[in-house]
Design a protein around this ligand. Structure first.
Ligand code: 5GP
Ligand code: MN
Length: 314
């Protein structure tokens, strides 16, 4: 059921215990949305627990709101707990945290591929980030946005629209960001934290760049994360796809990453082609210009299947 802004506030107000979660492999939008919502709900006097079936990348640790994150096995819930899923399209995207859902389920999201699965939902595919949806909601609800909430929400918005460079950046996105800066968000501090990396990680980039391959007359660029390359980069490979995307003439960029002998993780970005539709072929989703999926096939085979679908879609 799609809720109005006021219905959503009323519903959250009725529950004392709130389990907050977001998608596995949490990105800046997921992490920032969780940190800000956790703080907002605690200010309302709620017990709000953030649970993630994944580790949070160290680069987000400067957000105070994300320092206490539980794993699903550490938490017990019952039917008195409301579960609020942020920035995720379905229960299949939150891993083992799904086992903790016993009471009402609420979803706040901005993905076009949202599965409309919750008892109550507020979905805005016209917004660039869940952080943008929340900034709008908190403002309409009359909640005070503290400097730490503002930082978390600004980070959420900025990371999902490529720091206001992607096509999902609208006047509304910029207005919400401006409002957050006025509430105490520090764009320079956020950029410094997100850009800072160890020398080892920076040097891994040179190794990754050597492995960008072109397909489809140079309209497609892909990076293959074999177990060998993953030794250089570590598990958090999220940022590398943007380098493939910037190659002149490239429309679709992809990464394929070894997970196991039978499983391959895929990320897709584009300038024009609908990559949500490509990800959907393999049971994934996301947005028109940024999507992902997991293919149940070995790395080389998954890559061949993916390239075939990309070339069809161009
Ligand atoms: P990323 O490539 O950064 O993992 O994901 C890009 C976008 O697609 C994100 O908004 C993410 O939430 C979404 N996405 C990634 N993988 C999946 C998936 O397997 N299923 C769905 N529904 N969405 C995904
Ligand atoms: Mn998002």
């Amino acid at each position: 059921m799609n809720c109005s802004v006021s219905e959503l506030k009323e519903l959250l107000g009725q529950y004392e215990h709130i389990l907050l979660t977001a998608h596995v492999n949490p990105d800046g939008d997921a992490v920032g949305a969780l940190a800000a919502t956790g703080e907002m709900l605690r200010a309302w006097g709620k017990q709000a627990l953030i649970v993630l079936d994944d580790d949070v990348d160290d680069k987000f640790e400067f957000l105070p709101g994300i320092r206490t994150v539980y794993k699903p096995d550490d938490v017990k819930t019952d039917a008195s707990w409301l579960t609020l899923i942020l920035d995720a399209t379905g229960v299949d995207r939150i891993g083992k945290t799904a086992e903790l859902i016993h009471g009402p389920l609420v979803n706040i999201d901005h993905h076009i591929s949202n599965a409309h699965f919750a008892d109550a939902e507020y979905i805005r595919p016209d917004y660039a980030a869940t952080g943008e949806v929340l900034t709008d909601l908190f403002t309409q609800w009359g909640c005070a946005i503290t400097p730490s909430m503002a930082n978390a929400l600004y980070l959420a918005i900025a990371t999902d629209c490529g720091f206001f460079k992607f096509s999902n950046t609208t006047g509304h996105t910029l207005r919400m960001a401006a409002l957050l800066v006025e509430a105490g968000a520090q764009p320079n501090v956020i950029s410094e934290h997100l850009e800072a990396q160890s020398l080892v990680k920076l040097q891994a980039l040179s190794e990754v760049l050597k492995h960008i391959d072109l397909y489809g007359d140079g309209k497609v660029a892909g990076i293959t994360f074999t177990p060998d390359i993953l030794q250089y980069t570590g598990e958090h490979t999220g940022g590398y796809i943007d380098y493939a995307r910037t190659v002149k003439g490239v429309d679709v960029a992809f990464t394929v990453k070894y997970i196991s002998a039978e499983e391959t993780r895929v990320s897709l970005r584009s300038k024009a082609t609908d990559v949500n539709a490509i990800a959907a072929v393999f049971g994934g989703g996301g947005h028109i210009r940024a999507a992902g999926c997991t293919i149940k096939a070995p790395l080389a085979e998954a890559k061949t299947m993916l390239i075939k679908e990309i070339l069809k879609a161009l």
